[in-house]
Design a protein around this ligand. Structure first.
Ligand SMILES: C[S@@+](CC[C@H](N)C(=O)[O-])C[C@H]1O[C@@H](n2cnc3c(N)ncnc32)[C@H](O)[C@@H]1O
Length: 551
């Protein structure tokens, strides 16, 4: 076992040496690489100085900053530079060439990676139950090559194929031998297998042994099967947290360990702690093959969700909601980070979508020129627009009926059905008949979920697969698929599509193309959350590669 200090610094060392698993795919320090974005770096690391074409600091002052901004010193390693990586700032250091794996004092070196530009990690990934490809997108952003994805839903596969043109998109039921064999063949070439098998029945049953045998839940066993056959270096399986509470986690852990072949760690994470403008709790299983002799990494987020709450203040005339940050050691930083539109570590709804507030309602065209939109108003919006052309897609805003619009006007920002006045709880307000009439003359409980408005100054509620799961914070309207996507941290260049074949085809869900696009976004793992897992795993894999080569 490495000493704790060496373990803590190994990823920085591997990063600095830029050593991937295959030498061909991982050149060493390279003068010709683009320089880091000076402004972005100095914004998060004001102490970094620029000297001619190099970035340097004296040995003894290199540090790594975690997502909460804490700096842990690396006392005796050679400073190379710093890089903002997703929501993190990573500072890099170099090992002595003679004593690989151990810090070397002194010296100057170059920054090797440009801010927010994906660079090849040398690793590859295959995505099971890929949906549109939220996990794949996160891994791609972290430099992995996406070899393929598979899903039973042809509409989701159409989106995956459109956005990952170099990958193999397999459409079919994974329980079907032909589909499984195709997926397995891709998985055998991949370093990492990822997937989010659906577990619909978890919230409905109390007995976990019955639950786990429910055919809707046993799909995770297909994931286990592919891992068992393909034996990747590592895997990530994502699932809902309901499963955690019901004790099924232990069963899944045992299954994923494959009799000791993998070391597996289960961790509950909230996407909002990873720079996603949405609270979304998920259970992640991270597994590392035993031959790597490494612990699965623990994902470190900002922990903002533990301190930030939206508090309801009923007033004589109108209720209002306010964001409250609990006082603790980190709270002033969380508060500042939350409010700062130039900080992408904790992102609010307004920082995510304010530039889209003026999207027209009910327009037929599903795209709009960026020239018709205001300039980006936050660092997050700039990040989302990176790599786009002149048009933004998936911008249609559905019409809502007059009753819903009236009710929304009666709900404050951040509020919900509880804030509706007695008059607004009447079943029909404008005389127009819509939906099911329950005969009571009042709005039924079934409709309550439908009146949730975002609060601009905090992250969004958890989105589900329906377009009316949340409404705009300012305007009485639904969100477009693009706003959904932004709140899930999909970049603007990621376009949601459907299979052009009409009608019901195998694997397609009812509801039409518009509904399918919302479903694809709502089902996804936020790419920035997946990216945090991808980065943590890549660090483990790289450290092991460095150690193997220096042995
Ligand atoms: C929670 S979603 C996955 C989302 C995806 N991980 C992402 O980040 O975009 C689960 C996916 O499993 C797919 N699925 C359900 N049953 C399946 C089956 N029998 N074979 C293959 N895919 C299936 C669904 O169509 C759905 O897209």
């Amino acid at each position: 076992m490495l000493p704790a200090f060496a373990r803590a610094t190994m990823h920085a060392i591997a990063e600095a040496a830029d050593i991937g698993p295959e030498p061909a795919a991982a050149p060493g320090l390279n003068r010709t690489r683009p320089r880091p974005d000076l402004q972005a770096l100095t914004r998060v690391a004001p102490r970094v100085r620029r000297r001619s074409s190099t970035w340097s600091r004296e040995a003894g002052s290199a540090f790594e900053a975690d997502s909460a901004g804490d700096r842990r010193p690396f006392p005796a390693i050679q400073w190379l530079g710093a890089v903002a990586q997703g929501p993190y700032l990573r500072c890099m250091a170099k090992a002595s060439p003679k004593k690989r794996g151990y810090p070397a004092p002194g010296g100057r070196a170059r920054v090797v990676r440009r801010v927010s530009e994906p660079s090849p990690s040398g690793y590859s990934v295959v995505d099971l139950f890929s949906g549109a490809g939220g996990i794949s997108e996160g891994f791609r952003q972290e430099g992995y090559r996406v070899l393929g994805g598979s899903d039973v839903d042809p509409d989701a596969v159409a989106t995956f194929a459109l956005n990952f043109p170099g990958a193999e998109a397999v459409c079919g039921d994974i329980r079907n031998a032909k589909t499984r064999d195709r997926v397995k063949a891709i998985a055998e070439r991949a370093d990492v297998v990822v997937g989010g098998p659906p577990c619909q029945a978890f919230s409905q049953v109390r007995n976990y042994s019955r639950m786990i045998d429910d055919p809707r839940n046993s799909l995770y066993r297909e994931f286990v099967r592919v891992v068992a056959d393909a034996v990747p270096k590592a895997f990530v399986m994502e699932n809902v947290t309901g499963l955690d509470q019901m004790g099924a986690r232990e069963q899944m852990l045992a299954d994923l360990e494959l009799g000791g072949e993998y070391q597996v760690r289960a961790q509950v994470v909230d996407a909002a702690d990873f720079g996603v403008p949405q609270t979304r709790k998920r259970l992640l299983f991270l597994g590392v093959h035993r031959s790597l002799q490494a612990e699965p990494p623990v994902l470190q987020g900002s922990a903002a969700t533990a301190s930030v709450t939206l508090v309801r203040f009923p007033g004589p005339r109108r209720t209002r909601y306010q964001v409250v940050v609990q006082e603790n050691v980190l709270s002033h930083r969380i508060f500042d980070t939350l409010r700062d539109p130039e900080d992408v570590r904790i992102v609010t709804a307004i920082q995510a979508i304010s530039d889209l507030a003026g999207l027209p309602v009910g327009r037929r065209e599903d795209e709009i020129g960026y020239s018709e939109l205001p300039e980006p108003e936050s660092a997050y919006q700039r990040m989302m627009r990176e790599g786009t052309g002149t048009e933004l897609k998936n911008v249609q805003v559905p019409r809502i009926n007059a009753d819903t619009a009236l009710r929304l006007k009666g709900v404050p920002e951040g509020g919900n059905y509880r804030d509706l006045s007695e008059e607004l709880l009447e079943r029909y307000l404008t005389g127009q008949r819509w939906g099911q009439d329950n005969g009571s003359g009042r709005l039924s409980r079934r409709h309550f979920y439908a009146y949730r408005r975002l609060h601009p100054d905090v992250w969004a509620w958890t989105l589900n697969t329906k377009g009316d799961s949340v409404y705009h914070y300012r305007h009485p309207r639904s969100l477009s698929v693009r706003e959904f996507a932004r709140l899930q941290s999909f970049p603007d260049r990621f376009v949601f599509a459907t299979d052009p074949r009409k009608g019901m085809i195998a694997g397609r869900h009812d509801g039409g193309p518009a509904h399918s696009r919302y479903r694809q976004v709502g089902n996804a793992v936020p790419p920035l959350l997946a990216r945090a897992a991808a980065a943590a795993l890549r660090d483990v894999l790289r450290v092991k590669a460095v150690m193997a080569r220096s042995a």
